[in-house]
Ligand binder design. Sequence first.
Ligand SMILES: Nc1ncnc2c1ncn2[C@@H]1O[C@H](COP(=O)(O)OP(=O)(O)OP(=O)(O)O)[C@@H](O)[C@H]1O
Length: 307
Amino acid sequence: MATMHVDGVSRWYGDLVAVNDVTLRVQPGVTGLLGPNGAGKSTLLAMLAGFEAPSAGEVTLDGEPVRDNPGIYRRLAMMPETEAMYDELTGREFVTAMARLHRLPDVRVATDRALTLVDLHDAADRRIGKYSKGMRQRIKMAASLVHEPEVLLLDEPFNGMDPGQRVRLMGTLHEYADRGASVVVSSHILEEVQQLAGTIEVMVAGRHLASGDFRSLRRLMTDRPHQYEVVSGDDRRLAAALVAEGATESVTLARGLRPSLQVQVTDFEGFTRTLPRLARSLGVELVSVRPTDESLESVFSYLVEGR
Ligand SMILES: Nc1ncnc2c1ncn2[C@@H]1O[C@H](COP(=O)(O)OP(=O)(O)OP(=O)(O)O)[C@@H](O)[C@H]1O
């Protein structure tokens, strides 16, 4: 199984540093490359694929450099974000052409296998120009997969897909990764990456900010303030007691349809003990305690804005 190493890789265009000293490892399974627009995801993927040369550092696949190394191109594939397609060809012709380019021994078998994997057999003989957006993504994917690469790199593959198409593509990517492949998917949509990827690499402004699964990214922030919404029988008295106890960073009374306390705490464990004890001693009913910053979105904004 293939492992890629990105070692101290930078890429600059004139004065602009698109990727800044990134070191990471890509292993079998699905890796999410998460970052806002302009973070350097596409540039990093292009360097992983060997399409672009790093300005500094090196990208290797099982110890071999990926750049200018035709042997490696057979082992990996990149599905670019670009919309440009051969609209005059049928899906099958397009995938067959890719199979020929790779000089596969049995072009027909390889084409059929790729079309089956993306579930496009029925539409394979229609022209790509007539395909829906989701079908275009799938045929691009079939063309990328035709030589069964060990590393599959996909740049924003979910762009423009409806929820049903997304779920299907996620299924296909998982299926492919389950065979032992390393699949890297870039996205600026946090929810997508959270659902899809075991490992998440966060990039912002060219820098590699964090790495790990969602939980470990969350743990990275345990010494940062956490937000909770507390609903109780008497928010005002509970708030006064919390402040007197010094158990929180801040407490705000939120009025509105559903009155609550917005609480910020640093010592999460201490807070989970103090809150019920205080409520009990005051005789105040605790209705609910809900974290309001558990989503990856908030992890991400902490990571991004906290620096
Ligand atoms: N060929 C190039 N010439 C000059 N600048 C470039 C080039 N390619 C990328 N950049 C710049 O490098 C930075 C990173 O771009 P990149 O496309 O890698 O980011 P991204 O995270 O993929 O964002 P997006 O999701 O918007 O594509 C951007 O500021 C971009 O304008």
